[in-house]
Design a protein around this ligand. Sequence first.
Ligand SMILES: Cc1cc2nc3c(=O)[nH]c(=O)nc-3n(C[C@H](O)[C@H](O)[C@H](O)COP(=O)(O)OP(=O)(O)OC[C@H]3O[C@@H](n4cnc5c(N)ncnc54)[C@H](O)[C@@H]3O)c2cc1C
Ligand code: FES
Length: 278
Amino acid sequence: MPKLYEIVEKQDLVPGMALFHVYAPMAAKNMKPGQFIILRVSANGERIPISISGWDAEKGTVRIIIMAAGRTSTEAVALKQGDCFQDVVGPLGEETHVEKLKGTAVVIGGGYGTGAVMPPARAMKAMGNRVVGIIGARSKDLVLLEKEMREVCDEVIVCTNDGSQGVKGFVTDGLAGLMEKEDVQWVLAVGPVPMMQAVGNMTKPKKVKTFVSLNAIMVDGTGMCGACRVTVGGKTKFACFHGPDFDAHEVNFEELMLRQKMFVTQEKIAMEKLQEVK
Ligand SMILES: Cc1cc2nc3c(=O)[nH]c(=O)nc-3n(C[C@H](O)[C@H](O)[C@H](O)COP(=O)(O)OP(=O)(O)OC[C@H]3O[C@@H](n4cnc5c(N)ncnc54)[C@H](O)[C@@H]3O)c2cc1C
Ligand code: FES
């Protein structure tokens, strides 16, 4: 039996990004597509929210992908198989809205978002929908989880900025081509905020139901502290509690981007301190 929050398997995906299977039986037992966890690397460390890309209730493990974005995520990516996270809280947030469609469902992943869209893709497919996955990367060697995406989707469109694989350009170029050919009725996009905003802008004129998973700065993750406040449809919502998924056509992305940058000075100092420790 693994220790609580032990990394039972680790796979380095691309430089600075790793996939972990973590023994967190309570989270694994209750997880639903679209939910997330909050973990700590060490007792004095900060809490970071991380999406779930899969889980195994029997083995008690959750599958997560972490990108080294700053101090805590860098510390997390440096952990090895057999190491333990300090703690894992979850599942948190609401599950992704899924439904049976007459047309096509599309999941779009950028970076760690490619893992995050897999459970909703699987749920949409289980309902009998045709599901197309679109994944984006700068170049062929940075394309993440293509094989796994092909297992959960009917078709996968790979987009690379340099054209080294699939469609040349962004995920929105892949989506534009698909929308010309098929009756796309439902879209879920998870990734960097500009990507999610661009997807929302593309589907809005055609009134395609579109969800985005908002990666607002979070602290408690339960709707108590207000750190993750976002504006959706002119109303204040807490991304951790009312989301993380929201209607892309209603989100105030400019405010979200401003709030994401609130602590850049402190984040820079934290990273410098980590370099000193090394
Ligand atoms: C619902 C949700 C799901 C997420 N899923 C994943 C995932 O699956 N994989 C992954 O690698 N990352 C994920 N993130 C982002 C991840 O939480 C941040 O990259 C991480 O917190 C950065 O912490 P840091 O100390 O390494 O970096 P810092 O240097 O502290 O911050 C770098 C940037 O990350 C963001 N950030 C910092 N602290 C937080 C915080 N407490 N909560 C949210 N964002 C923060 C800020 O925009 C900041 O500018 C998710 C965020 C949310 C809200
Ligand atoms: S993180 Fe505290 S209210 Fe959402």
